[in-house]
Design a protein around this ligand. Structure first.
Ligand code: PMP
Length: 351
């Protein structure tokens, strides 16, 4: 008998590389290439260090209030966490405590199966169709819960809201989590449906569209009942998840909707330009509604291209997994960065 018999063994999620080199074009972790709203800088300049003596507000009240005003959702229907990873992990722990398998697509955010393994939640993956779209009917069977990112990652594909509504409506006995990490880049949110379905939890993040991946802010919105259960688990785990600086940063980001919309628009414009260029270079890809493009070249091997791009200082993401090992996930950077990527590809040869 060894203490190792009692260890919770997990195969951890592998996040995208965060290289130390500064001189690279970093298109590998779907970060926003633009800085956070100017009000965020001001908060950091003026933040009183004495505040750090005290524990932060465990209810994250100020940020919850700001989110409530911004999304027109009552405060008791909002849960705030340290990035949407934290919100999703808490949700898995809270809502998926049954015996039946939870369902999610085979090609999706690669943290879902890690949490399922970690919390010993039975799960079943549902294969996406050949074109990587979600097949609604796959979610019309008995289950212990459902998780669908919309748009999906790493494919970038948006599912239609009426299709998602059918899944939510057909599963009143399961919690359905819609992970909307990328929704602000031109997809339609399922948020209005939380009024109609008490089993729907919509999860969002400040990491992508609000340029705050480094601050770790995520949130979920759903029925009062769902949020209540989520809060109970959080308070039984760690009451002070969000620090006071981060909470103030979040409020500042929400105070500038104009900057937020302009930034998202710039990224969408750059994405559409990049799609045209990549297409002309022989790439094919699903129609992305996110801040990345999931692309495959007609002749070039993806693993080699990934390494060659890296060698040239351009970092993208490669997943060596069944069905997607010939694709690269390319985050949308600034227009200049995407022009440099395209220039590299125009000269690129693979023999
Ligand atoms: N959901 C999806 C689909 C994602 O791609 C990511 C980013 N890795 C997250 C959630 C988590 O983002 P964050 O924890 O930064 O909010």
């Amino acid at each position: 008998m060894s203490w190792e018999n009692n260890v919770r063994r997990v195969t951890p999620y592998v996040p995208g590389e965060q290289p130390k080199r500064k001189d690279i074009i970093k298109l590998n972790t779907n970060e926003n290439p633009y800085p956070p709203a100017p009000a965020v800088q001001q908060v950091l300049r003026e933040f009183s260090v004495d505040t750090l003596r005290k524990y932060p507000d465990p209810t994250v009240g100020a940020l919850t209030k700001a989110l409530s005003e911004n999304y027109c959702v009552p405060e008791d229907q909002i849960f705030v966490g340290v990035g949407s990873d934290d919100v999703l992990a808490m949700s898995f722990m809270t809502f998926f405590h049954g015996d039946k398998p939870i369902l999610f697509p085979d090609i999706t955010y690669s943290f879902y199966d890690v949490w399922a393994e970690e919390f010993e939640i039975p799960y079943e993956t549902k294969p996406l169709r050949e074109d990587f779209t979600i097949c609604r009917d796959d979610y019309m069977c008995e289950n212990g819960g459902i998780v669908i990112p919309n748009p999906n990652a790493p494919t970038g594909i948006e599912a239609r809201r009426d299709e998602l509504e059918m899944i939510i409506a057909s599963n009143p006995d399961s919690v359905v989590i819609i992970d909307e990490a990328y929704v602000d880049f031109g997809a339609e949110t399922t948020l209005p449906l939380i009024e109609k379905y008490d089993n729907l939890l919509v999860v969002m993040t400040f990491s992508k569209s609000r340029s705050l991946a480094g601050s770790r802010i995520g949130f979920a919105m759903g029925s009062k009942k769902l949020i209540g259960y989520l809060q109970d688990v959080k308070y039984s785990f760690n009451s002070y998840t969000m620090d006071s600086v981060t909470s103030a940063i979040g409020c500042a980001a929400l105070s500038d909707p104009k900057y937020f919309l302009e930034t998202c628009e710039k990224i969408v414009e750059t994405r559409e330009w990049t799609k045209k260029e990549l297409h002309a270079l022989g790439f094919s890809f699903p129609d992305s509604r996110t801040n990345f493009i999931f692309a495959k070249h007609e002749c070039w091997d993806a693993a080699r291209l990934f390494e060659d791009l890296k060698e040239a200082g351009i970092y993208v993401r490669y997943f060596n997994k069944p069905r997607i090992d010939q694709y690269l996930r390319i985050s949308i950077g600034t227009m200049e960065e995407m022009q440099q990527l395209v220039a590299f590809l125009q000269d690129y040869k693979q023999v």
